[in-house]
Design a protein around this ligand. Structure first.
Ligand code: MEZ
Length: 535
């Protein structure tokens, strides 16, 4: 059971005391200038010392975080001279790398299109950030809403940096993505008359968040996994892709695989390849805790980069405003934005609300960091500092039972430690949540630089610009997963794979040595580095 410190208890009393006043007086929204100012001063993306300039590869000259630079410019796991490409262990039409929501959607769609498709995943199918998404999935499918409205919200929220053709696809295909998931069996929250229940997220001008309580990702992933298995799509699990294979014409043509347990090397030949490897939270950029699953180590970015693909906005990350700050056992775990959608406010140690609850994520996270590091208004926690998320407001606003019904996973997560979120506020601090940037693709999902190499899900860069709105990630894994599956399976009908080669890996190694770069890292990293550093 969690024991609050005396300082925390004293501060909690102030939160309780200010609750009535805060219920009737919502914090004002910030102006554009105020947002810019807090971002520049407190958002981790603006900490210059956390970045370095890439010395090799397609994005040479651009800055990325040190941890990512080390991997993008790392050494390959293979010695190419020892790899025999002449007798592939697998020969398929479409090779999907990654067993999360994007990979599964791609595989199901390619299979439905008649392709011989195989999924390879370094853990198990469903071990993915998709599974851990909580609050919901956006789609403009109500009469007062439209894809155009959705576009404007997401474009503004992403600082007008989204690649227009990608964002347009995302919002236009959203209603159909919801229908597809419903038809596959996803149990979305509905009213007694069968209408979808929808709520706001940060930065949305309409209520368009569809949810399955607060385990939306788990429900969506459950359904996709069932569909993959029901279709009999082969899933090679505990096997990582460690290099992209090309053919002598420079087109993607498969991957070098490695069994995670035995270390055995396997060769998969394919007419088209889909990278759906997810995010990078387990790299713990800038020392942040993370809401991500165990395998989120930016592998797809490394594979694609070494093969010659460009990255877009690889310098921008999302720090979800509300990661659990206490108890230490769940430090960094996601506290869904839906908690704020339902009425909970962010409150400092003096019981003062300091930000409108549903500003966009980058702005909200920055105000929390400002409260703690800039204004001395944070509450001390086991691992650092945090602010309060005043959860009891939810039942006061929505009626008794709202928390239990709408966010049961949150109730259970804190309940394990004796914290009843219906009665007590919880301590939170930003947690590393999402990779805004990734591999640069065209609207058909194909990389801008490498033919027959497709990308879907969190490994893509540019769909959301430099900040993503809540619920647009569960949406993009479906829209761009299906998109990649569709175009990759269509393309493979006309592909004739030429002789396989890994010469691009040798060329990259030469570029590294010519530039005198030795980061001391082998990549892709595949698993987080949790070895005790003092041993
Ligand atoms: O889109 C997300 O990241 C999401 C739904 C997270 C959440 O707060 O629940």
């Amino acid at each position: 059971m969690y024991q609050y410190t005396q300082e925390q208890l004293d501060s909690m009393k102030k939160v309780e005391a200010s609750r009535q006043e805060r219920l009737s007086n919502l914090h004002a929204r910030m102006t554009a200038d105020e947002k810019d100012a807090v971002l520049k001063q407190f958002h981790p993306d603006y900490i210059e010392s956390a970045y370095e300039t890439l010395k090799v590869g397609p994005n040479k000259g651009e800055k990325v975080l040190h941890e990512l630079a080390d991997l993008l410019q790392g050494k390959s796991r293979i010695e190419t001279s020892k790899i025999d490409l002449s007798k592939p262990d697998y020969d398929v039409d479409v090779l999907v790398i990654g067993g999360g929501g994007a990979g599964s959607s791609a595989a199901v769609t390619a299979h439905a299109n008649g392709a011989n498709v195989m999924i390879v995943t370094k853990l198990r199918i469903g071990d993915a950030n998709s599974m851990m998404a909580e609050g919901g999935i956006q789609a403009a499918d109500k009469p007062n809403d439209s894809p155009a409205q959705h576009y404007l919200d997401a474009f503004g929220g992403g600082h007008f940096a989204a690649k227009p053709c990608l964002l347009e696809k995302l919002v236009k295909e959203a209603p159909d993505a919801i229908r597809w998931l419903s038809d596959l069996g996803v149990m979305f929250d509905k009213t007694a008359t069968g209408e979808m229940v929808t709520t706001h997220g940060g930065g949305t001008s309409r209520k368009r968040m569809h949810a399955c309580k607060d385990y939306s990702g788990a429900e969506i992933m459950r359904t996709l996994r069932d569909e993959v298995l029901n279709r009999g799509i082969p899933v090679v699990d505990f096997t990582a892709a460690i290099e992209i294979i090309k053919d002598v014409e420079g087109k993607a043509a498969g991957a070098v695989l490695q069994n995670m347990e035995t270390g055995e090397i396997l060769i998969a030949k394919a007419k088209t390849v889909v990278i759906a490897t997810g995010g990078a939270g387990r790299l713990h950029y800038q020392g942040f805790p993370t809401s991500n699953h165990y395998g989120a180590t930016a592998d797809g970015l490394v594979l694609a980069y070494r093969a010659g693909a460009s990255l877009l906005y690889a310098d921008t990350l999302q720090y979800h405003p509300t990661g659990a700050a206490e108890p230490t056992q769940i430090y960094g775990a996601l506290v869904t934005e839906k908690v704020r959608s339902l009425g909970a406010q962010l409150v400092n140690k003096n019981g003062e609300a300091f930000v409108y609850s549903l500003e966009t994520r980058d702005v909200t996270a920055s105000t929390i960091i400002r409260e703690c590091k800039g204004r001395g208004n944070g509450v001390k926690t086991t691992d650092g500092e945090g602010v309060w998320l005043d959860t009891p407001m939810i039942d006061i606003i929505g009626g008794e039972g709202t928390i239990e019904k709408r966010i049961p996973a949150m109730m259970r997560m804190f309940g394990k430690y004796g914290i009843d979120i219906r009665k007590e506020p919880i301590l939170i601090y930003p947690t590393l949540h999402y990779q805004n940037g990734g591999i640069d693709i065209e609207a058909d999902g194909q990389t801008t630089k490498i033919e027959n190499l497709y990308v879907a899900g969190e490994a893509v860069g540019g769909i959301h610009g430099r900040n993503r709105l809540m619920g647009n990630s569960l949406l993009d894994i479906i829209v761009f997963g299906r998109n990649a599956g569709k175009y990759a399976s269509e393309k493979c009908k006309t592909v004739e794979v030429k002789e396989l080669t890994l010469s691009h890996v040798d060329a990259f190694n030469k570029e590294l040595s010519d530039a005198g770069v030795d980061t001391g890292k082998v990549s892709p990293q595949l698993l987080p580095n949790y070895k005790r550093q003092d041993l």
